[in-house]
Structure formats: structure tokens, C-alpha cells
Write a protein that binds this ligand. Structure first.
Ligand SMILES: [Ca+2]
Ligand SMILES: [Ca+2]
Length: 167
């Protein structure tokens, strides 16, 4: 193999690395996990407002597909300063607004299969609770909550979708 061939191969490898690094980028202040970028917003918003905030970033309210996601988000929220939170309760992108008791991820419109409900939840308390939260005080276990309440929230966007948006 000639020196020129070696340089050419090296060039191809380096180009691949640069492209790869670029594609796993996240929007500013988002954190990356398993090809998805997440950000907690320390402002207060009801579920619909939170959804709109996320959409302004090309993102959606966060989904939790499995224990790895749940553990990652719990750790991420725990590492943030508690002074950053307004409520310590965080909207996720799940709701049973369309059909009571049938929980759907807003992002995919798919039924929620993995769950991490706190004992006794979901209880559809009061006038009805149709939107999903996890909270600091419940060790990030899930609760169905009143969609009109104002809490913090977490947005997510797939790295590949973000890269497409950036272009
Ligand atoms: Ca409900
Ligand atoms: Ca509840």
C-alpha cells in the first residue's frame, strides 16, 4: 500500500468521523442520550403550553420508553440545581385526554406500554387528571396530573431530526 493510499484512507476515515460527530449534536443546552436530545425547562407552563414551547425547538414533550430512559432522566434532573426548578414537577408527553384510561404518547400517538406509575396512580383525581408528570419528591415516579396546572417540563428531539432541521 503506497503512502498516498494510506493518506486517502485516513482522509475517508476522518471525514466519516467529522460527519458522525456532527450528526449526534443536540440543540444548545440539550443533553444527549441514546440518540435523543433532552432539555428540562425551569419555567412554569400548563401541559398544552409546554407542548408548544417544545415545538418551538422542533421538539416534543419527552417520552420514556424503558428503564434506561427513566434512569437517564432521573439522573439528569437530579444533577440540576434544585434552585433552577419552580415546582420540581415535570410534564412528560403522555396523556389520556382522548380516552380516559388510555395513555398515549403525544409524539408518536402510540399507546404507552412502559410505565413507572407511583403506587395508587393514575387515579384521575378531582375533576380529572389527563396529563403525565414525574416529580422530584416522588423519586421521579409518574402521576396523572391536572393538565391546566403549571409545572416545569422536559422536551426531547431525536439527534437525527435536529440535524435535519439544522441542515
Ligand atoms: Ca385521566
Ligand atoms: Ca393523580
Amino acid at each position: 500500500m503506497s503512502l498516498l493510499t494510506v493518506y486517502l484512507h485516513l482522509g475517508v476515515v476522518l471525514t466519516f468521523c467529522v460527519v458522525y460527530v456532527y450528526t449526534i449534536e443536540c440543540p444548545d443546552a440539550f443533553v444527549s442520550h441514546q440518540g435523543v436530545c433532552y432539555k428540562e425547562f425551569g419555567i412554569l407552563a400548563n401541559w398544552n403550553e409546554a407542548k408548544t414551547y417544545c415545538e418551538a425547538y422542533g421538539a416534543d414533550l419527552a417520552t420514556v420508553a424503558n428503564d434506561r430512559d427513566q434512569t437517564f432522566l432521573s439522573g439528569y434532573l437530579q444533577r440540576l440545581s434544585s434552585s433552577y426548578f419552580n415546582s420540581g414537577i415535570f410534564w412528560l408527553g403522555g396523556s389520556d385526554q382522548a380516552s380516559e384510561g388510555t395513555w398515549i404518547w403525544d409524539k408518536s400517538q402510540q399507546q404507552i406500554t412502559y410505565t413507572k406509575w407511583k403506587t395508587g396512580e393514575p387515579n384521575n383525581a378531582g375533576k380529572g387528571e389527563n396529563c403525565l408528570t414525574m416529580s422530584f419528591s416522588d423519586n421521579f415516579l409518574w402521576n396523572d396530573n391536572n393538565c391546566a396546572h403549571k409545572y416545569n417540563f422536559i422536551c426531547e428531539v431525536r439527534s437525527s431530526d435536529f440535524s435535519t432541521v439544522v441542515g
